[in-house]
Design a protein around this ligand. Structure first.
Ligand code: PEP
Length: 255
């Protein structure tokens, strides 16, 4: 049975006090959900990681980073290494988010280095793939995603790949309020699974968790998560609202 995962990407939002309040609200709500099996991951900005890992001692959620350095250690001013994150009990990291690909020119080579860094320090990469709107309109969405999956992940051996989580996030759906239709999302998830099957075999294809991201919220989550092959979500805007986020986590379990 595949893990159901909901990860909240706070992006560059909230001041310290707001972050503290959101974490407290999340803890209160999650504590009421004793039966919740969804793997909940909270990905705050770097400065709030320690605060978040302190609270996560109650084991109600895991803590993820939104990025990590492609380098190991040393003279890389401003960078945060995977070993630093691991030493702070950060267990997951978003890698290859479209905003980082777009605004910070993160290319395949850099992303593979980041994936390798994460895995070397036992951090679960949540590896994002997804096409731009013109690519979908041109019917090239499968080609784009195939390229991203192959060039970002397929250098890994079987044991390494088994630790990866993939998030399909059509770029045109991120932060736009426009969600991929459940059928569009399911179709791409199934396609990603065929790619995994070709490279690593059917067992791996069956057991890899693939999340959907892109304007997923408490109103549309159940319909998306009910699709075969969608194992939860990577949530941006809606992860800043405690009740909405916890509702999405619950929907991932029951859908
Ligand atoms: C994201 O940034 O990964 C995301 C899915 O954002 P949103 O939910 O706001 O579309």
């Amino acid at each position: 049975m595949r893990r159901k995962i909901v990860a909240g990407n706070w992006k560059m939002n909230l001041n310290f006090q707001e972050a503290e309040e959101l974490i407290e609200d999340l803890l209160e709500l999650l504590a009421e959900e004793e039966e919740l099996k969804t793997e909940v991951v909270v990905c705050p900005p770097y400065p709030y990681l320690e605060l978040t890992t302190d609270f996560s001692e109650e084991k109600l959620f895991h803590v993820g980073a939104q990025n990590l350095s492609a380098f190991d250690a040393g003279a890389y001013t401003g960078e945060i290494s995977a070993s630093m994150l691991a030493s702070m009990d950060v267990t997951h990291c978003i890698i290859g988010h479209s905003e980082r690909r777009k605004y910070f020119n993160e290319d395949d080579q850099m992303l593979t280095a980041k994936v390798n860094q994460a895995l070397a320090h036992d951090i679960t990469p949540i590896f994002c793939v997804g096409e731009l709107l013109p690519e979908r309109e041109a019917g090239e969405h499968f080609k784009t995603v195939r390229w991203q999956v192959r060039h970002g992940l397929f250098h890994l051996d079987t044991a390494e790949f088994s630790k990866v989580v993939i998030a399909y996030e059509p770029v045109w759906a991120i932060g736009t309020g426009v969600t991929a239709s459940p059928a569009q999302a399911a179709e791409m998830h199934a396609y990603i699974r065929t790619l995994i099957d070709e490279r690593y075999g059917p067992e791996m294809a069956e057991k890899t968790s693939i999340l959907y991201g892109g304007s997923c919220n408490a109103k549309n989550a159940t319909e998306l998560f009910a699709q075969p092959g969608i194992d939860g979500g990577l949530i941006g805007g809606a992860s800043l609202l405690a009740e909405e986020f916890v509702s999405i986590c619950k929907q991932a379990q029951t859908a």
